[in-house]
Ligand binder design. Structure first.
Ligand SMILES: Nc1ncnc2c1ncn2[C@@H]1O[C@H](COP(=O)(O)OP(=O)(O)O)[C@@H](O)[C@H]1O
Ligand SMILES: [Mg+2]
Length: 203
């Protein structure tokens, strides 16, 4: 078993074709809050992965989880992070469109991801299909507002990580989103409002 990543809140270990994601404690939090927050996110991530499997969405298969150890055991998704693929400068239009299609599928199932960055997307080595990972901040919601904010945060993330491809990259994402999601126009209308709000606050 080897450690392959450490993010802001979890350590990721790889053991053959298995990934173990373990949420560690943060000293600055009160212990009781720390435990319940980690437990909540661990359970949430497991629940969303289960739902995604039901709807045949390309995300890691959940094998097990333990809310005492604050860990999730899932399949390893072989491939490159979308972030690296895009930074390598390959053709990006089709991939960006696929990002939009996948997010549309999530939103159709009333799943809001909460952290749609290109580090949380993997181009599967064999199938070449875009897989989405890291559902620790995701939640179930039917609200247009929540979906619009999901898009807004993704837009921000794309602008900062992939400024060379921006804004064309996001336009392609939206093409895919519209094509795959019947309620896209409603969400996009709200997205424009969220954007304006964001702008007003920064001034
Ligand atoms: N199921 C998985 N398959 C392949 N790589 C993974 C998987 N889960 C996590 N990783 C790798 O570990 C990194 C961090 O995992 P992630 O779930 O995104 O946690 P964090 O909250 O720390 O961002 C990912 O960017 C990815 O490189
Ligand atoms: Mg992540």
């Amino acid at each position: 078993m080897e450690q392959i990543a450490q993010g802001a809140e979890a350590v990721i270990y790889k053991d053959n074709d298995t990934i173990i994601k373990e949420r560690f404690s943060k000293n600055y939090r009160l212990p009781q809050i720390d435990i319940s927050l980690r437990q909540f996110r661990t359970r949430r991530e497991a629940k969303v992965l289960t739902k995604l499997e039901e709807i045949d969405f390309p995300a890691p298969h959940l094998r097990d989880f333990c809310d005492k150890r604050m860990s999730i055991i899932m399949d390893f998704v072989p491939g490159e992070k979308l972030r690296d693929v895009l930074l390598a400068g390959d053709e990006y239009q089709k991939l960006a469109q696929e990002v939009g299609e996948k997010v549309a599928k999530l939103h159709s199932a009333n799943i809001v991801h909460g952290d749609l960055t290109t580090s949380n997307m993997i181009v599967h080595q064999e199938t070449r299909e875009l897989n989405i990972i890291d559902f620790g901040l995701s939640f179930f919601s039917e609200r247009v507002e929540d979906k619009a904010v999901d898009l807004f945060l993704m837009d921000r993330a794309l602008e900062s990580k992939h400024y060379q491809l921006y804004p064309k990259l996001f336009e392609n994402v939206l093409e895919g989103y519209k094509a795959e999601y019947p309620q896209a126009s409603e969400v996009l209308k709200r997205f424009e409002e969220v954007r304006l709000r964001g702008r007003n606050k920064n001034k």
